[in-house]
Design a protein around this ligand. Structure first.
Ligand SMILES: *[C@@H]1O[C@H](CO)[C@@H](O)[C@H](O)[C@H]1NC(C)=O
Ligand SMILES: *[C@@H]1O[C@H](CO)[C@@H](O)[C@H](O)[C@H]1NC(C)=O
Ligand SMILES: *[C@@H]1O[C@H](CO)[C@@H](O)[C@H](O)[C@H]1NC(C)=O
Ligand SMILES: *[C@@H]1O[C@H](CO)[C@@H](O)[C@H](O)[C@H]1NC(C)=O
Length: 437
């Protein structure tokens, strides 16, 4: 704990006093939002606004075509949903060589990227302001029940297909499981669900942050603190992260290890973290969530159940008509589910994933990553993402969409002539950064 505080201090002081002259070349995508990022790599895109049953206005992003595949007309649909404190950017930010969202577009899919309530792209509401405490009164329960159902309906209506492939990372899996347990009719709209680092049962999880928060005394103190300073919006994206990312975290910076260490401290360490892209990652992550969302996870850790939010006995009786919250009915989750998990994941422990898989009625594929130190965020940011995750995921998605292509070929496309313009563009942008920043 103390050492983590120390790291934060060093970083803040370094940014403001700027003791090191910053002339490290930063990667091209740093400082860009998702649309600027897609423009840079020549992917066409759309932004949709989707209103949920309870009034949240969500930003839904769509990649309509890739420089390697400009095909028009109906395509099979994939919907990707990010994890806690993240956004649609998760699926593109490692760039065309290994970002799942971009590779799916290259392969010929109509790719949709969700954003849950409260993150960078989903901070509007028909009647509530983000300053209102009631705006932040949600957890993965509401994200599943209201956000995912509205997003899936909007996608199916727009594309006029009957079903789609859902890919979730972390909280993107939890919310999906809550949705399909609560509203089983959504199972029929899913031809395959791919769960990366799935989180449902949590009692074997080893990460220190939720463990610390789950201690009843800490819990009380933190809760009281949050209430009294009205701090419900946890880690929204502020410019400071982007600035730190660009100044402290690029390749060549003597302090780069600090950036990696902070990510390791919060989300588990791994030699696979793609460090040279740290400035890009920090340009959009963290992206904000509610305090209650984090507490719901802490409750799962403490109870060992996958169940609705615990309001404490008196309020539970009023809301649920029983003293404990009802468990999600996992047998309702009838959509075909493929699980990808790893031994070094401090949020999704292998024991928890296996126990959950045993309860799920329709697991079609269990994939333990063939690299012992693969971590929770490696599912997004690993150097060898294709080898460990993407090729297998894309092959599976192809199979369930009745497409015969073999995704391991698509990596070969990356350096073909159509990329000449792209590479030139990158070189120019890099030199501009180098000269002026
Ligand atoms: C939310 O409101 C802002 C400001 O009015 C607007 O720019 C943005 O597009 C809105 N987001 C969505 C998803 O509609
Ligand atoms: C998905 O939709 C297609 C056509 O729209 C249909 O042929 C297929 O049976 C559906 N698959 C599932 C798993 O529902
Ligand atoms: C859970 O759902 C199944 C059907 O999927 C049903 O048979 C069972 O009774 C439900 N269990 C509970 C506790 O509601
Ligand atoms: C793919 O084909 C199988 C067998 O014909 C069918 O059951 C399934 O629904 C199809 N999937 C899609 C997404 O069309």
């Amino acid at each position: 704990m103390k050492s983590h505080m120390f790291l934060f201090c060093v970083i803040f002081i370094s940014v403001f006093s700027n003791p090191i002259k910053n002339d490290f070349p930063i990667p091209a995508g740093a400082g860009l939002n998702i649309f600027e990022f897609l423009d840079l790599y020549d992917y066409t895109h759309e932004e949709h606004s989707v209103v949920t049953e309870d009034g949240y206005i969500l930003g839904l992003h769509r990649i309509t075509s890739s420089p390697r595949n400009r095909a028009e007309g109906p395509k099979p649909v994939v919907f990707l949903m990010h994890g806690l404190e993240s956004s649609s950017m998760d699926w593109v930010d490692v760039g065309p060589e290994s970002a799942l969202g971009l590779m799916l577009s290259d392969t010929g899919y109509d790719v949709w990227l969700g954003n849950n309530r409260g993150n960078t792209w989903s901070r509007n509401h028909t009647s509530l302001s983000v300053k209102d405490k009631r705006f932040w009164d949600f957890s993965f329960h509401e994200i599943g029940k209201y956000d995912l159902s509205a997003l899936i309906d909007h996608i199916l209506e727009t594309t006029r297909v009957n079903n789609l492939t859902y890919v979730g990372h972390s909280q993107g899996t939890t919310a999906f499981f809550a949705l399909t347990a609560l509203k089983p009719e959504y199972n029929e709209k899913i031809n395959l669900m791919v769960a990366l680092a799935p989180v449902a049962y949590m009692d074997d999880m080893t990460n220190w942050v939720p463990r610390l928060m789950s201690n009843p005394i800490n819990n009380l103190i933190i809760g009281f603190g949050i209430q009294s300073i009205r701090f419900y919006d946890i880690l929204p994206h502020i410019e400071l992260f982007t600035v730190v990312g660009k100044k402290i975290c690029p390749d060549g910076s003597p302090l780069q290890f600090l950036c990696a260490d902070i990510i390791y401290a919060v989300a588990g360490s791994s030699p696979q973290l793609n460090r040279n892209l740290l400035p890009v990652f920090l340009s959009n992550t963290p992206a904000g969530t509610s305090y209650r969302q984090m507490m719901h996870y802490v409750q799962e850790l403490r109870s060992g159940h996958f169940r609705a939010y615990d309001y404490s006995i008196i309020k539970n009786r009023k809301i649920y008509k029983q003293s404990t919250p009802p468990s999600y009915n996992v047998t309702n989750i009838k959509a075909p589910v493929a699980l990808f998990y790893s031994e070094n994941d401090v949020f999704a422990a292998v024991q928890d994933v296996t126990r959950f898989a045993n309860d799920l009625p329709n697991v079609v594929s269990m994939n333990k990553i063939k690299y012992g130190q693969f971590s929770h965020l490696d599912f997004l940011w690993a150097t060898d993402l294709n080898e460990y995750v993407n090729f297998d995921v894309i092959n599976l998605i192809n199979k369930y969409n009745n497409i015969s292509a073999d995704s391991s070929n698509s990596a070969g496309l990356v350096l073909q002539s159509s990329n000449f313009i792209l590479i030139t563009k990158l070189l120019i942008i890099n030199s501009i950064n180098y000269l002026f920043l």
